[in-house]
Design a binder for this molecule. Structure first.
Ligand code: ZN
Length: 277
């Protein structure tokens, strides 16, 4: 299992340069690049600088995070998402990164599950047609907040199955999975080919529906049954990558290198019980 760093973990004060430097130093295999951090990086550097960095490093780019709030948007707003997709396809082709996370919209109003499915499938299909021409993959990430239009694994997997394209899959984020009571038994039935990205984290022990990203905590330090999830991933034959993704303000205040180092140690401790890392 390859170990990946998601830039959300150091989001507040770090830069792509710093995250890359410290992740390489501490032996991460992969990085998920935030689109805002990439745009910021390109104000000081060029895409060719990034190409050179990856050519000379162990660490490789795995995915871009994220095309956010893709459903129930105005035409103008959706066009901005398309522009971002075209931008990351272009950069991705040069640096060898061919995958983006896509996220559904929050607070959409009183739509039924069926109406949300129809709208979300439609928007994923539009983005997937653009992505396909660039050999780019899309990984759909549900968010375990009560006000997110797609907030459970079962609902997200149904959408991805309905899209039914080889280059469209799902992100499994342990925090989102736990926060809105997704079922471990549904995970068992997943086609492993559809699991594109695995985000690991943990959560404070709050009532269901009350968790927000700031209550994420290092893997192994919280209330999520990570062993239960990892055992099933092993059973269904998943062993591709695991990405540590925290959004905890407390960790943002730490020294950046320390956050990156501890993130890897905590991830390995939990994951190595089931997988070779
Ligand atoms: Zn995530």
């Amino acid at each position: 299992m390859k170990i990946c760093f998601n830039q959300a973990t150091t989001m507040k004060y770090s830069t792509l340069e710093k995250d890359l430097q410290f992740c390489e130093k501490h032996g991460y295999d992969l990085i998920e690049i935030r689109i805002d951090k990439l745009k910021d990086y390109l104000t000081r550097n060029t895409v060719e600088d990034l190409v050179k960095f990856f050519e000379n490093s162990h660490i490789k780019p795995f995915a871009f995070n994220a095309l956010e709030f893709i459903s129930f948007r105005t035409e103008e707003d959706f066009n901005e998402i398309v522009k971002d997709l075209e931008f990351i396809c272009e950069v991705g082709e040069k640096i060898g990164c061919s995958q983006a996370v896509v996220v559904p919209t929050f607070d959409v109003g009183g739509y039924t599950i069926e109406e949300i499915k129809k709208e979300t499938v439609e928007k994923i299909n539009i983005l997937a047609d653009i992505a396909e021409k660039k050999n780019f993959k899309l990984a759909f990430e549900f968010v375990g907040y009560p006000n997110c239009s797609v907030n459970r694994f079962e609902q997200a997997y149904d959408i991805v199955k309905t899209v039914n394209k080889d280059h469209v899959g799902i992100v499994l984020d342990c925090f989102h999975f736990y926060a809105m009571l997704s079922n471990l038994s549904s995970l068992k039935e997943m086609d492993v080919k559809k699991l594109f990205i695995f985000h690991i984290d943990d959560a404070e022990n709050l009532p269901f529906g009350a968790l927000r990203d700031d209550k994420r905590i290092w893997p192994g330090d919280g209330a999520i049954d990570l062993d239960g999830i990892l055992k099933i991933l092993k059973e269904i034959g998943y062993d591709k990558m695991v990405s540590v993704e925290l959004f905890r303000p407390e960790y943002w205040e730490w020294d950046i290198e320390k956050t990156i180092q501890v993130g890897k140690e905590k991830t390995i401790k939990v994951v190595s019980k089931y997988f070779e890392v």
